[in-house]
Design a protein around this ligand. Sequence first.
Ligand SMILES: [Zn+2]
Length: 255
Amino acid sequence: MKPSVRETRPARVNILRQIWVVFWVGAVMATLFTAWTPLGIFPIGLIDGIRQAFNEEDQSELPLITPTPRPRPRVGIVVGHWGSDSGTVCEDGLTEQEVNQEIATLVKENLVAAGLDVDLLMENDELLIQYDARALVSIHADSCDYVDINATGFKVAATLATTTPEKTGRLVACLYNRYQTATGLPSHGSITPDMTSYHAFNEINPNTTAAIIETGFLNLDRQILTQNQSQVAQGISEGILCFIYNQDAELPSDP
Ligand SMILES: [Zn+2]
């Protein structure tokens, strides 16, 4: 009995193994055929699932690649004499204030188009108190009276008491350089204490870099100041952009 038992036990094990193998081969084949699709062995539903997962991932990343809007640089433009008085007055009634207003309005348009936020300020605007911006430029023009043949050209000045001489010097240099290039006007050497001690310099926030420009003399430079204002405004706008974007500018040899 013992040997026969020994003979029959391996036979039963073999049958069980064969059944087991057949079962697994069947299971594997069934899985393969179920998975077989024209696109490969992955079911269509699985492909769509993968695609959808990638799309959803792309969409979830969209806010990350959307550029974060940078704050627009803010500058202030003082319209000389606006809200205060007429400034110099010509014999025919033309006032400095009108001319300043027209030029400042064009400057604002240029700078807004270039991506800046611009405040047009009155001569004694209450906003000037601790005014905080990248730059402040006050626009004025010189006398309408005939003085002599040398009473022509523009002037740019800043406070002598600046706490940031490098920035102030650069704003002045940028305005000089770009204004001279755009208008072809000479620079007029006489910087008066009226300019360097301009009232707004003491009112604004010390971090705001400021300058004042006399765009020309309303007598000898009347033509360009009233008929070619786009050139005048371009010179001031490009001077401000030169300062904001840290562009090269040299002071002329005859400031
Ligand atoms: Zn003035």
